[in-house]
Design a protein around this ligand. Structure first.
Ligand code: 5AD
Ligand code: SF4
Length: 475
């Protein structure tokens, strides 16, 4: 992919703290006793949601309040995703829809950031077709938000910064978490794998792990603050630790975090099968706080396509991991990501994917139709299959997974699970809903005060998308 395009550096050249103070006093002068409001919308994966929480942390520190109604906003920020085209189309639609509001209000600041704008052709498109966007920046310069915002506010500048140099996960930024009992904790950034369909390594850069001491300190403070579920994030958590000076890998990190005292559970995502080890599975088995849920994206069930995808494993390698995990942890729940319609996928290749689904018996799937990403290897591969045929395969995949999931869910009737309650359920007004260790949705007769707590539920019925149960006394 083409290197950096036009840079528009800020003149401020101040430290993070100084820039926060500059923005804060500017806002106080401009808005006096009124609190300026920010509307922040994040698209895409949990990594991006986590970045969005840091963006909100920084905005709060600078003096912004928040609104869910874009019409009331003094600052609009769209934190974008580049993984598939439809997410990009939605963002461009949203920017287009904001034109009038921005043109009417000279003091409104419109920011677009995240993975999508890190692609030079998108940055260029926004510059040309949506010139009213005030601030455009990529994921590598998240911590420069106050400095860039100050230049926009005080100097009325349009800033575009898609620098490719960053420091990995920025340490020490304030975080305004969306939830009070579930937290995202990035342990690394970037990706080195270059799966041939994927844009992530181009927009998020190379893998960089955080020091285990920094992760542990953040983890401890989350536990102290009462968080009940902490999800460790990385594009490929299984390669955590590479490049660090300390002797650590992901399994060791899990053991270290599992040893922190408290009543909480640990999740992680995503894992790459080529780097998943038997040591990791033994660790999941041994750590009481680590959920018995393995999200292990397989992408497809054809060795030929896996090779073209540059995934670095075969179906047999994947099945070896699944079998080992099922032996060690009989009630483990497997979920996965599947791409349907990769360039050149034949009916036979696709049937390999269906066969794999039957063998693994995933509890749920995140399935996608292949989306061509400019600059990736797969974008230049022959792709003779029509969209109609890809959609038809996609529907067959969903139908099979529904069948498999429903059959598996029927086996859970009569079992008792500890669930962390998220909020009202979908099964009726008296129902509350949470997830069990295996990431399945469980609806039960609950109360508002259960939200954010662990409760014990006995499953009485299986629905296609969830389990239904009754609250029973905790063990
Ligand atoms: N098209 C469709 N799906 C994709 N993913 C990544 N890139 C693409 C693409 N170009 C999916 C993969 C990955 C998940 C996060 O998104 O399944 O695991
Ligand atoms: Fe993309 Fe593959 Fe990296 Fe996941 S591991 S972010 S699919 S390149």
């Amino acid at each position: 992919m083409k290197k950096e395009i036009k840079q528009n550096q800020t003149t401020a050249n101040v430290s993070y703290g100084e820039a926060v103070d500059l923005v804060r006093s500017f806002l106080e002068r401009r808005y006096q006793e009124n609190i300026p409001l920010a509307y922040v919308h994040t698209y895409g994966c949990q990594q991006n949601v986590s970045d969005g929480e840091k963006i909100k942390g920084m905005l709060a520190e600078m003096g912004y309040g928040f609104t869910d109604d874009v019409r009331n906003a003094n600052l609009i920020l769209l934190n974008t995703c580049a993984v598939r085209e439809n997410a990009e189309d939605r963002v461009l639609g949203a920017i287009g829809a904001m034109k009038h509001q921005r043109m009417r209000d000279d003091e409104l600041v419109l920011c677009v950031c995240g993975c999508m704008v890190q692609q030079p052709h998108i940055a260029e498109k926004i510059r040309k077709s949506y010139p009213y966007v005030d601030l455009l920046f990529g994921p590598h310069v998240l911590n420069k938000l106050p400095e860039m915002l100050y230049a926009v506010l005080a100097e009325k500048r349009h800033i575009q910064n898609i620098s490719e140099t960053g420091e990995g996960v920025a340490e020490g930024l304030p975080v305004r978490r969306d939830q009070a009992f579930k937290a995202w904790l990035p342990i690394m950034s970037g990706c080195n794998n270059f799966c041939s369909y994927c844009i992530v390594p181009y927009v998020r850069g190379r893998e960089k792990s955080r020091k285990s001491a920094d992760i542990l300190a953040e983890f401890r403070s989350l536990v102290d603050d009462g968080y009940k579920e902490i999800t460790l994030l990385g594009q490929n958590v299984n390669s955590y630790g590479k490049g660090l000076e300390e002797d650590i890998n992901f399994a060791k990190l899990l053991r270290m975090l599992n040893a922190v005292p408290g009543d909480f559970r640990i999740r992680f995502m995503s894992s790459h099968p080529k780097d998943a080890t038997l040591e990791l599975i033994d660790t999941i088995a041994a750590c009481d706080k680590v959920c018995k849920h393995f999200h292990l994206p397989v992408q497809c069930g054809s060795d030929r396509i896996l090779k073209l995808m540059n995934r670095g494993y075969t179906v047999a390698d994947y099945m070896k991991l699944v079998q080992y995990a099922k032996e060690k942890i009989p009630d483990i729940s497997f979920t996965s990501d599947i791409i349907v319609g990769f360039p050149g996928e034949t009916e036979e290749d696709f049937e390999g994917t269906l066969q794999l689904l039957k063998e693994v018996q995933f509890d749920s799937l995140f399935s996608f139709i292949y989306s061509k990403r400019i600059g990736t290897k797969a974008a230049s591969m022959e792709d003779p299959t029509s969209q109609e045929e890809k959609s038809e395969r996609f529907n067959r995949l969903i139908a099979l997974e529904k069948e498999i999931g429903a059959a598996r869910y029927r086996n859970f009737v009569g079992k008792t699970y500890r669930i962390l309650v998220d909020g009202p359920g979908r099964s009726g007004p008296a129902y509350y809903s949470g997830r069990n260790d295996g990431y399945m949705i469980v609806d039960y007769n609950g109360k508002p005060e259960d939200i954010g707590k662990f409760v014990t539920v006995k499953v009485t019925k299986s629905l296609n998308w969830a389990l239904l149960g009754e609250r029973v006394p905790d063990k």
